[in-house]
Ligand binder design. Structure first.
Ligand SMILES: Nc1nc2c(ncn2[C@@H]2O[C@H](COP(=O)(O)O[C@H]3[C@@H](O)[C@H](n4cnc5c(=O)[nH]c(N)nc54)O[C@@H]3COP(=O)(O)O)[C@@H](O)[C@H]2O)c(=O)[nH]1
Length: 579
């Protein structure tokens, strides 16, 4: 139905219609006419109307009350002003007119001279009301919907969850909250820009809607049973309000996970996404919306820490782990200023020369409050919180200072290897920072080797190559750490200025056990040779492993068999003694 400027007059008396048409014309208003309620409804559907003048008593068919009630049911019929013309002056008829949805009424015989002005006034009032209504709807949309995806927002979700929990309590039913977070989304934003990030979020919203439509099969159908929201950033939530069993939530989570794994194609670029999903169930994991959301979020965090691209149910021990994490985070922020960080150095043996000429710097944290914390625990936390940027800078500076000090003491060092987190590597200005630390410490760049993990290199090839080339231009060396555990393709590696592959200790550990791991190690050594790269085996713990690696002409060896990572003073003695 279109919103028209003309009025619709519905009256079975042709003479009255004529009089009304004239009266309206006199004040500049056009109108169309219908002789019955039924005809009026048809004309309204066809031509629309800005207002309706409706007779009440029409004996041959629908009367004015029924017509008014029927037009209020039409899609756009709710807001059209309806002026009822009635000869019935009793209170009951007036009440019935308003109950049927009339805006105003006048009694017959109609005062023709005043009618035009009355209608004009009604139109003005209705226009004002409509504009108020529209701006109220706009405000409501802004307050409850997300602009980018047009999905309900956090506020909407929380209020809806509150209502659905109350309902579930009354009906003694279960419900599930799924908390989703895209894996590696920040990297997409950082490397491909916010425009691509926005497209990913919009497409994610659409795929989630599709995944949930498909899961109607699982639910008893009904409009309130599944709802979806974008909480902000790359976080989405799903509410399944009628699950029968806890496992039903996993079925939906798995469907979502698979759907989001299909490639995203934007502007000729193929992107692969993954998502981590946390699940909290009412009433088992919380009986209030805050608790359910928090616990689903915690479960999501665990799914992410477990490697991502998976779903995870909430369990109570997660709360203790979250408290530990909070305490670690608070302490980690002040670890540098409190002087709690130190570097240990693990000597690396060059098989050809038989000398320990390289070392790998490994970070240690001895917290005054929490004791010694393993880097395997605090490095991921430092990465998530961004603290790794300042810690990484500290590590790099300390390692360079130490290398210069040892060189001055006559220790022949071929390389000082330093681990670089992907967050640090992708942080703007990383190569400038490296250059300034080299200048400040006066370390020969050829002696610095940065160790990057394969996962750092899987993102936008162009952007990664630019950073690698600028580091390479400084004269420093680049190594791939934990090689064999990631997904970097050989064709990619060929394009990167990489000097060394470090075989992950998991392959070395199992050399003796399985022919498969031995074959992988041999293949990596051969590959490194053909690509003119050095190769170091990590985690060597037994003489058999050492002999195998020597036999296969691995260039360098590192592991507990030769030396554990040592504090600087001990590493110094170790290196001096063998020189
Ligand atoms: N971004 C940064 N990451 C860092 C830094 N310092 C350490 N790390 C990373 O933390 C992870 C754990 O490190 P750590 O506990 O120090 O373990 C290293 C070695 O101590 C250990 N290792 C060495 N030899 C052996 C062995 O024979 N057996 C055995 N079981 N373990 C051994 O392996 C770890 C070697 O790490 P890497 O060579 O880097 O893979 C680890 O991922 C570190 O990278 C830092 O300053 N920045």
């Amino acid at each position: 139905m279109q919103d028209q400027t003309h009025l619709l007059i519905i009256d079975d008396d042709a003479m009255i219609r004529l009089l009304v048409v004239r009266a309206l014309q006199a004040v500049g208003l056009q109108s169309i006419e219908a002789g019955s309620g039924e005809e009026g409804l048809r004309m309204l559907a066809q031509h629309g109307a800005s207002a309706i003048l409706l007779d009440v008593v029409m004996p041959n068919g629908m009367d004015g009350f029924d017509t008014c009630a029927a037009l209020r049911q039409l899609p756009d019929g709710q807001h059209i002003p309806v002026l009822m013309m009635t000869g019935l002056e009793d209170l009951d008829s007036i009440n019935r007119a308003f109950e049927a949805g009339a805006t105003d009424f006048i009694t017959k015989p109609v005062n023709i001279a005043l009618l035009g002005h009355r209608v004009r006034y009604m139109l003005r009032a209705s226009h004002t009301t409509r504009r108020l209504l529209e701006s109220e709807q706009r405000l409501h949309h802004m307050a409850y919907f997300d602009n980018l995806t047009n999905l309900p927002n956090r506020q909407f979700f929380r209020e809806h969850l509150h209502i659905m929990i109350a309902l579930a309590k009354r009906q003694e039913r279960k419900l599930a909250v799924l908390f989703l977070d895209l894996d590696g989304f920040k990297r997409i934003n950082d490397t491909l820009g916010h425009h691509v990030g926005d497209l990913v979020l919009q497409e994610t919203g659409k795929r989630l809607q599709k995944s949930l439509r498909a899961s109607d099969l699982l639910m008893r159908p009904g409009k309130d049973e599944i709802s979806l929201a974008r909480l902000g950033g790359d976080e989405f939530t799903v509410l399944l309000s009628t699950i029968e069993r806890n496992e039903d939530a996993a079925t939906v989570a798995e469907r979502i996970r698979l759907n989001l794994m299909r490639p995203f194609i934007f502007e000729d670029q193929e992107l692969y996404m993954a998502t981590s999903i946390g699940i909290a169930i009412f009433p088992d994991d919380g009986t209030e919306e805050e608790a359910l959301l928090k616990n689903a979020d915690l479960a999501m965090y665990h799914a992410k820490r477990g490697g991502g691209n998976r779903y995870q149910y909430f369990s109570t021990n997660m709360t203790e782990l979250a408290l530990r994490r909070l305490s670690l985070e608070n302490n980690l922020h002040r670890a540098i200023e409190r002087n709690e960080l130190a570097l240990h150095y693990q000597p690396i043996l060059n098989i050809k020369t038989g000398k320990f000429s390289g070392v790998e710097a490994l970070l240690r944290w001895n917290s005054e409050e929490l004791g010694c914390i393993s880097p395997a625990e605090f490095i991921p936390l430092a990465e998530e919180t961004g603290i790794i940027i300042s810690i990484g800078e500290w590590v790099l500076r300390q390692a360079c200072i130490q290398a210069v000090s040892w060189l001055k003491q006559g220790i022949s060092l071929t390389h000082m290897a330093v681990n670089v987190s992907s967050i640090q590597f992708l942080n703007k200005g990383f190569s400038t920072l490296v250059a300034s630390i080299l200048a400040e410490t006066q370390l020969n760049p050829q002696l610095l080797e940065l160790e990057l993990t394969e996962s750092t290199l899987i993102f936008d090839e162009g952007a990664i190559l630019i950073i690698l080339q600028s580091l390479n231009a400084l004269g420093i060396k680049l190594a791939i750490d934990d090689f064999g555990t990631g997904y970097s393709s050989l064709s990619r590696l060929k394009n990167f200025p990489i000097n060394r592959l470090k075989i992950d200790q998991s392959f070395v550990r199992d050399i003796e056990e399985g022919a498969e791991n031995a074959a992988i190690v041999v293949a990596i050594i051969a590959m490194a040779e053909s690509m003119k790269m050095n190769v170091t085996a990590e985690g060597v713990e037994t003489a058999a492993q050492l002999n195998f690696l020597k036999d296969k002409r691995c260039h360098e060896i590192q592991g507990y068999l030769l030396s554990r990572p040592l504090p600087a003073t001990k590493a110094e003695i170790f290196l001096k003694n063998q020189s």
